[in-house]
Design a protein around this ligand. Structure first.
Ligand code: SAM
Length: 219
């Protein structure tokens, strides 16, 4: 694999076009659009595939996993309503692209990945090659991560069969969970606002297709 960490005019131009495309597709949050405009998505691709990096598509990143489609990343990020300093748990680190977007939005990010290969790659590349610092955790995120709870926001970037109870417990009151829920073919994006210790407001939104959330409290 030949990764290079150079952000030249061609890639910057392609990134601007991607931001315009996402606006046209309905992404309105200026902070999210700015974050997409800042993170060099081509850094996550082998140089051979740089021409794919700013297309609005998901792409294979090895270990049978994908870097999410920019529209999906923007859509989930928008739903989180990140405030500067928010403590965010991301479940499914994968390539680390979504993590970088959350960091650009000013969040303090705890990100968990179950696949060792992805965890070791991303937890080194993000800080050392890209300058993005987060708390990287190896483990089963379907149980959340009690060690650093409670969180202001939780984002799940893999498709779950149901909303895991543990994730709701680990949210602060006033906190938001964004999670795709459905079968392994397609899921609905669900947001849960925690309004009281045992009170939640759930909203079911658009249809997406994620790789499965695999674990104790998932598939
Ligand atoms: N957020 C990623 C990005 O920006 O590239 C995309 C993630 S990919 C669509 C989903 C990831 O969730 C995969 O890397 C997969 O290994 C991971 N995953 C699946 N089940 C998990 C679990 N129980 N705990 C942690 N990670 C999990």
């Amino acid at each position: 694999m030949a990764y290079r960490y150079i952000d030249n005019y061609r890639e910057q131009g392609a990134r601007k076009k991607l931001v315009e495309e996402l606006k046209k597709k309905g992404i309105e949050d200026e902070n999210v659009l700015n974050a997409i405009g800042k993170v060099p998505r081509h850094y996550f691709f082998d140089e051979t595939f740089w021409n794919q990096a700013y297309k609005d598509i998901a792409f294979p990143i090895g270990a049978g996993q994908t870097i999410s489609q920019p529209y999906t990343v923007a859509y989930q990020s928008q739903l989180l309503h990140i405030q500067k300093g928010d403590k965010v748990l991301e479940i499914g680190t994968g390539s680390g692209y979504q993590c970088c977007i959350l960091l650009e939005l000013g969040a303090k990010v705890y990100t968990i990945e179950r696949q060792e290969k992805l965890y070791y790659h991303t937890s080194v590349i993000l800080p050392e090659k890209m300058g993005y610092r987060a708390r990287f955790i190896l483990g089963d995120g379907s149980k959340g991560n009690a060690k650093y709870a409670p969180y202001d926001k939780i984002i799940v970037t893999a498709g779950a069969p149901t909303v895991p109870e543990e994730l709701l417990k680990q949210l602060k009151i006033g906190g938001i969970l964004v999670i795709p829920v459905g079968d392994q073919e397609s899921q609905k994006m669900v947001t849960v606002l925690k309004v009281g210790e045992h009170d939640y407001e759930k909203t079911v939104l658009d249809t997406f297709r994620f790789v499965p959330l695999v674990g104790d409290k998932a598939w």
